[in-house]
Design a protein around this ligand. Structure first.
Ligand code: F7E
Length: 330
């Protein structure tokens, strides 16, 4: 029988990859779209024509109730959030409402739908909940039992969402799982995130459209994987008999300087330094210095493993941006 999935955050990078994956598995897919005249609606309509769009908002419970009622989902994937860590310092209250309490609203809609036993729920938790502090850095990377110490309004809101999801699992028996995902990137990543910002700038420098890039702190290290690999892990979590929480990561960490190095090499530039300037506007009030994940549990229980490694990821992103920028007039 065809399964039905409801995806919040369908306009984002992960929504796109997940919809493609579920389509290949013959799901009927419903995507929550938010906001009046959302400019991303047309992109979803073009790129994912098989997705049924439903207008709703995580902060509006009645619209969520209707989304659940209309889509009658077997699986709900909550990928929606205000997800930019730096921006979350500027609108902390809104981030708490959307990224944090919004998840409670969605869980309540599921609980009160009369179909809670039939629905499996995925919550997009994040490595930002760990905070990257020295005392909290196990040698083999953060696993599901590492201590949490979020360093941003975004991380704190996600931690609330994480715990309320676990709470609904324990209190009401909802089949709810949290994927604690480390950074995952790719051609569909928004230009406001550092990897895509770099791949896009490198492409433009290559084509003579700009001569430098302005960045913030170049020292932080991240465990960067490919988003297409990670949505497979989300799906696998909901296919398990029992709900649980899993870290998805590569088990490697690289600095922004490493990313710059590989990205500029793709266009034949060995020394990236003359092309990079620091702009204090991109510094954050508190930084997460290092993130390294330990995906052993997901590898063992879900049989999940990342396929694309770091150099390949950088290459894919730069090549994609060169193609896009070549075809764009500006
Ligand atoms: O920053 C530094 C910045 O914004 C990475 C989100 O998907 O992953 C993402 O959060 C690092 C930080 O991602 C610029 O200070 C330097 O240390 O690409 P990012 P993020 O903050 O790691 C986690 C797992 C999530 O859950 C989030 O939703 O790069 N950095 N210069 C910069 N970052 C940005 N954005 N722009 C710069 O110019």
């Amino acid at each position: 029988m065809t399964k039905r999935a409801l995806i919040t955050g369908i306009t984002g990078q992960d929504g796109f990859h997940l919809a493609e994956l579920l389509k290949s598995k013959n799901y009927e897919i419903f995507g929550v779209i938010r906001g009046q005249q959302n400019p991303k609606k047309i992109i979803v309509e073009n790129d994912l024509p098989y997705v049924n769009l439903i207008e709703a908002d995580l902060t509006d419970t009645s619209s969520l109730n209707k989304a659940i009622k209309d889509s009658k989902p077997d699986e709900v994937y909550n990928l929606a959030a205000i997800s930019h860590v730096g921006y979350s310092f500027k609108i902390p209250n809104l981030v708490a409402q959307v990224t944090g309490v919004g998840v409670l609203n969605l869980l309540e809609s599921i609980r009160q739908s009369g179909r809670q036993e039939k629905i499996r729920f995925y919550q997009a938790s994040t490595s930002e909940m760990f905070g990257g502090l020295d005392y909290n850095r196990p040698g083999k990377g953060y696993d599901e039992n590492a201590l949490f110490h979020p360093r941003s309004p975004y991380g704190a809101a996600k931690l609330y969402a994480h715990w309320i999801t676990k709470n609904y699992r324990e209190s009401y028996g909802i089949h709810a799982s949290c994927g604690i995902l480390f950074n995952h990137e790719g051609p569909r990543r928004g230009l406001e995130f550092v990897t895509r910002k770099i791949s896009n700038a490198v492409a433009r420098i290559h084509l003579g459209k700009q001569d430098h890039i302005e960045l913030g702190n170049l020292e932080p290290k991240r465990d960067w994987g490919f988003a297409g690999d990670y949505v497979e892990g989300m799906w696998l979590m909901l296919q398990q008999e029992k709900p649980d929480d899993y870290v998805l990561a590569t088990g490697e960490t690289h600095s922004i300087k490493d990313f710059l190095e590989l990205a500029f090499k793709e266009i034949g530039i060995n020394d990236w330094k003359p092309y990079v300037r620091q702009n204090k506007a991109f510094l954050r009030p508190a930084e997460v210095d290092i993130l390294l994940g330990n995906p052993s549990k997901a590898e063992k229980i879900l049989g999940w493993k990342r396929k694309i490694d770091f150099p390949e990821l950088v290459k894919i992103m730069v090549e994609n941006d060169i193609t896009i920028e070549k075809n764009k007039k500006d």
